[in-house]
Design a protein around this ligand. Structure first.
Ligand code: SAM
Length: 185
C-alpha cells in the first residue's frame, strides 16, 4: 500500500487546472501536525479508517494524534466539564503553536482554502500546527481565545469521531493539493 501511495506522490502537477491553490507546485514548509481531540475512546471502525489517512498524511509531515478523555475530573455540571477539558487542552498548547479550532460555528472553508491554511501556517514562523476537536459540549473559553482560527467542516453538527475522520481526510487532501497530485479532482 505504501509503495502504491509513494508512486502517486511522484505524480506532480497532475491536477486539472482550477483545482490547485496558490501554493500548488511551490515548496511549502511542512509543519508538524498535532490533532488534539476530546471525547470517549474511538470506535475500532473509525480508528481503522483514520489510521489509513494518518499514514498517508505522514508521507508529507509528521502527525501526532493526541486524545484527551472527556470530563477528566468527572464533574457533574457540564460547564465545569468544559472548563476541565479546556485546561487539559491548554496544557498541551505551546506559545509557538498555530492553533486551529474545529467548530460548527467556525469559518466556512473549502478544501482549497484548507490547503492554503496549511501552507499559510508554514509561513507564520510557528513550530507546529495544532488542530483541536472538542468534546460533547464543545470548546472552552481559554482555547477559543487562544485559537488562531476557527473553521467548520460542515453546517451540520458532527459527532467528534466523525469530525476527526473528516479532518484527517481533508488534511491528506490538502497536501495532495499543495503537491499538485491527482487525489483531488
Ligand atoms: C459533538 S460536537 C460538540 C457540539 C457542541 N454543540 C458545540 O458547541 O461544539 C464535538 C466536536 O466536534 C467538532 N465538530 C462537530 N461538528 C463540527 C462541524 N460542523 N465543523 C467542525 N467541527 C465540528 C467540534 O470540534 C466539536 O467541538
Amino acid at each position: 500500500m505504501v509503495a502504491l501511495l509513494s508512486a502517486s506522490v511522484t505524480n506532480i502537477s497532475a491536477l486539472p487546472s482550477g483545482k490547485g491553490c496558490k501554493y500548488t507546485g511551490q515548496a511549502v514548509r511542512a509543519l508538524p501536525i498535532r490533532i488534539i481531540s476530546v471525547g470517549k475512546k474511538r470506535s475500532q471502525g473509525v480508528q481503522l479508517v483514520a489510521d489509513e489517512y494518518i499514514q498517508r498524511l505522514k508521507l508529507y509531515c509528521s502527525v501526532e494524534d493526541v486524545h484527551i478523555k472527556n470530563n477528566p475530573k468527572n464533574a457533574s455540571d457540564w460547564r465545569a466539564q468544559v472548563d476541565h477539558e479546556d485546561s487539559a487542552v491548554m496544557d498541551l498548547i505551546k506559545s509557538d503553536d498555530w492553533v486551529v479550532l474545529l467548530d460548527e460555528r467556525g469559518k466556512d472553508i473549502g478544501s482549497k482554502q484548507m490547503a492554503e491554511l496549511v501552507g499559510d501556517a508554514g509561513n507564520t514562523g510557528a513550530a507546529r500546527l495544532s488542530f483541536c476537536v472538542g468534546g460533547p459540549y464543545g470548546h472552552g473559553k481559554q482555547l477559543r481565545e487562544r485559537a488562531n482560527i476557527s473553521i467548520k467542516l460542515s453546517s451540520m453538527v458532527l459527532n467528534h469521531q466523525i469530525a476527526f475522520l473528516v479532518l484527517v481526510e481533508q488534511l491528506y487532501r490538502s497536501w495532495t493539493i499543495l503537491k499538485g497530485q491527482n487525489y483531488h479532482r
